[in-house]
Design a protein around this ligand. Structure first.
Ligand SMILES: NC(=O)c1ccc[n+]([C@@H]2O[C@H](COP(=O)([O-])OP(=O)(O)OC[C@H]3O[C@@H](n4cnc5c(N)ncnc54)[C@H](O)[C@@H]3O)[C@@H](O)[C@H]2O)c1
Length: 341
C-alpha cells in the first residue's frame, strides 16, 4: 500500500528536503520558518491526502536535525481542555531542566505564546504568538529559555507536545500573588522574588496613600512581573485574579498599617485588615479546592501582619502572637501550615 504520492521532483542524494525510503527519494519539504524572535520556529510538515484522509510524518529526527533542530526529545505530553478560553501556562523550567517544546494541536484551535526569558537575548521580555489548529499542518518549536503557554480558542481542544527535558517541579517558574506589593515591605518582596529568584509575581495593590510605585521601577518591563490594581475587599476581582494567574502561593502584605490614622478613620482598617483578609482567604480556598492534589500540596498562603494583632488587642502585639493568629485562620481554611519556601 503506497501512502506517498508520486515524486514530482528529481531526487538528489545531498538534498535534505528528500526523505529516503528504500533507497528512493520522496520529496518531503519540511518547511522551517523563523518567527519575529528567530529562535522560535513554525514548522510545516506536508500532508499526503487520498480518498481515505491524509498521512503525515509529524516528527522525523534526522530530518529535523538536518535543519539544525537537533533536540533529543525525551517525553511526549498531551492535554485536553473542555472549554474555549482555557489558559494553560505560562510554563517555564530553569536550567538544567530547561525545555525545548514542539507543540501541535490534535483537535480544536489554540492561541500559542512563547515569551523570551533569556536575559542575554536582544528579545528578552518579548513574545511571539501564533494560532495553531488541528486543521493546519503547523507545529511551534519553543526553544529552551522561553516560557510557553496557550489559550484554547475552541471547546474540546487537544494539544500534544514533545519536550527534551522531563518535568521538574523544583525548576519550574513559580507564580506568587503578592498583596500590597507597592508598600514598604511588599515592594522589596516583589523585587527579591522576581530579580533575585526568577519567580513570577503578580502584585495586587489598591494603591492607597501608603503605596509607592517608584519602588517597583526596577521591575518595569520584566516579563515575570504583573500588576493588578485591585482592592482586596473586591471578592469578584480576587476570584478573577486567581483564575487568571493560577498562583502557586500567596503572600498577603496589603494592610492599613499607619495605626495613627485609625483614631480619626477606623473603618478602612476594619475593611482592609479584617474584611479584606477574610475575602482573600475565601477566594484562596475556592481556588485551592479546585487544584490537583499535587498543586494543592504545594500551595501556600502566607500572611505577614502586625496590624491584625494590633486590632485584636495588646496581648497579640508580638510577631510570634500575630503569626499564631494567621495560623489559626489558615487552619480553619484547611490550608497547609508549612512556611513558604
Ligand atoms: N513596615 C514594617 O516595619 C513592618 C514590620 C512588621 C510587619 N509589618 C506588616 O507587614 C505588612 C506590610 O507592611 P508595610 O510596611 O509594607 O505596609 P505599607 O503601609 O507600606 O503598605 C501597604 C500596602 O498595601 C496596600 N493596600 C492597602 N489597603 C489595600 C487594599 N484594601 N487592597 C489592596 N492593597 C491595599 C497599600 O496600597 C500599600 O501598597 C503589614 O501587615 C504590616 O503590619 C510591617
Amino acid at each position: 500500500m503506497d501512502l506517498l504520492p508520486e515524486i514530482s521532483r528529481p531526487f538528489r542524494a545531498d538534498d535534505k528536503s528528500f526523505l529516503r525510503i528504500d533507497g528512493k527519494g520522496i520529496w518531503m519539504p519540511l518547511d522551517v520558518h523563523s518567527l519575529a524572535i528567530p529562535d522560535v520556529k513554525l514548522i510545516r510538515t506536508p500532508r499526503f491526502s487520498d480518498a481515505r484522509g491524509y498521512f503525515c510524518e509529524t516528527f522525523q529526527r534526522a530530518d529535523f536535525a538536518a535543519r539544525g533542530l537537533d533536540n533529543d526529545f525525551v517525553q511526549d505530553n498531551q492535554s485536553r481542555s473542555d472549554r474555549s478560553g482555557t489558559v494553560r501556562g505560562l510554563h517555564f523550567q530553569r536550567p538544567p531542566f530547561a525545555q525545548t517544546k514542539l507543540v501541535r494541536v490534535l483537535r480544536g484551535r489554540i492561541f500559542d505564546v512563547a515569551v523570551d526569558l533569556r536575559r542575554s537575548s536582544p528579545s528578552f521580555g518579548r513574545h511571539v504568538a501564533v494560532e495553531l489548529s488541528s486543521e493546519g499542518d503547523e507545529q511551534l518549536l519553543v526553544p529552551a529559555g522561553f516560557a510557553h503557554g496557550f489559550c484554547t480558542l475552541e471547546p474540546d481542544t487537544v494539544v500534544f507536545y514533545k519536550v527534551d527535558q522531563v518535568y521538574s517541579v523544583e525548576n519550574s517558574l513559580m507564580r506568587v500573588l503578592v498583596t500590597g506589593g507597592a508598600g514598604f515591605i511588599g515592594s522589596a518582596v516583589c523585587r527579591r522574588l522576581v530579580l533575585g529568584h526568577g519567580t513570577a509575581v503578580v502584585n495586587i495593590d489598591k494603591l492607597t496613600y501608603a503605596a509607592n510605585l517608584r519602588s517597583l521601577d526596577s521591575l518595569a518591563g520584566e516579563p515575570a512581573y504583573a500588576f493588578e490594581h485591585l482592592d482586596i475587599c473586591n471578592r469578584a476581582g480576587l476570584d478573577r485574579v486567581f483564575a487568571k494567574y493560577e498562583p502557586d502561593a500567596l503572600i498577603h502584605l496589603a494592610a492599613e498599617s499607619h495605626v495613627d490614622r485609625s483614631i480619626t478613620g477606623p473603618s478602612t482598617f476594619i475593611d482592609t485588615n479584617i474584611v479584606g483578609t477574610y475575602n482573600l482567604l475565601e477566594a484562596a480556598r475556592k481556588y485551592y479546592d479546585h487544584l490537583t492534589p499535587e498543586r494543592r500540596s504545594r500551595f501556600r498562603f502566607v500572611h505577614v501582619s502586625t496590624d491584625i494583632s494590633r486590632m485584636l488587642g495588646s496581648r497579640h502585639m508580638t510577631c510570634q502572637s500575630s503569626s499564631r493568629i494567621v495560623r489559626t485562620i489558615t487552619v480553619r481554611t484547611n490550608f497547609q501550615r508549612n512556611s513558604f519556601h
